[in-house]
Design a binder for this molecule. Structure first.
Ligand code: PEP
Length: 257
């Protein structure tokens, strides 16, 4: 049985004070590990340290929203994997669509970051997903295949064990338009088949594949309840402890069967 992961991507939001308050609220309501549901928050870089302190002693995990692939040196404005580990990060989100489509990251850039993170033992939450034009042109699976092949190039089955995939259709991110449970399930099943073909059935079966795109307490149970959906990557709704924990509660209901 795969565990469920509910991850909150705070993007470029909160202040130090509001981020700590949000993290404390999430930590106070996070379910015990025995429920089979894990909870993670990804604050902006400057708030990783105070948020880490706020969740200390709780089950809540910490992730960064990006990393640079070089170890150290003259890379003004960038943050290395070692730095993220140094401040207590458990994971890093890579390949988010805002980084791909707003900030111009390529699959080659993402692949370097994936390799650098896995080499240091930092868990990777790798985001993939198609644009609306791609979906309307019937190219969803082609785009997913291209992103998976590019981003995971050179990653062996052992290293893959420290990767979580997040399927995030770009047209559903921050738009209020959620993929239907059928659309999500179909993309997730395709991704799992891709993993089975490229790696092996064991790796594919073990992979957590999260859905992301306007997940809210009201739609979380049906989405996470799909056979190949193993949790959610949550943007907007992760900025309220009440809404985020509503999604976590939906996940615990799914886990309890
Ligand atoms: C995201 O940014 O990863 C995301 C899924 O955002 P939202 O939940 O706001 O659509």
């Amino acid at each position: 049985m795969r565990r469920i992961l509910v991850a909150g991507n705070w993007k470029m939001n909160t202040t130090a004070a509001s981020g700590v308050e949000l993290a404390r609220g999430v930590a106070a309501g996070a379910p015990a590990a025995e429920t089979g549901v894990d909870v993670l928050v990804a604050p902006p870089f400057p708030y990783l340290v105070p948020v880490k302190q706020a969740i200390e002693g709780s089950v809540v995990q910490l992730a960064a929203q990006n990393a640079w692939f070089e170890e150290s040196g003259a890379f003004t404005g960038e943050v290395s994997v070692d730095m993220l580990l140094d401040v207590g990060c458990d994971a890093v989100i890579l390949g988010h669509s805002e980084r791909r489509h707003v900030l111009g990251e390529t699959d080659e850039d993402i692949n370097r970051k994936v390799k650098a993170s896995l080499a240091k033992g930092l868990k990777v939450i790798l985001c993939v997903g198609e644009l609306l034009d791609d979906r309307e042109a019937g190219r969803t699976e082609t785009i997913l295949d291209e992103q998976m092949a590019g981003d995971l190039d050179g990653i062996d089955a052992e290293a893959l064990g420290n990767v979580v995939i997040a399927y995030e259709p770009v047209w559903a991110i921050g738009t209020g338009k959620t993929a239907t449970p059928d659309q999500a399930e179909s993309a997730h099943a395709h991704l799992r088949k891709w993993l089975a073909d490229r790696y092996n059935t064991e790796s594919a079966d073990a992979m957590q594949i999260l859905y992301g795109g306007s997940v809210k307490p009201a739609n979380a149970k049906e989405l996470i309840g799909q056979a190949n959906v193993d949790g959610a990557l949550v943007g907007g709704a992760s900025l309220s402890a009440e809404n985020f924990l509503g999604i976590v509660t939906a996940a615990t209901e799914v886990a309890a069967g």
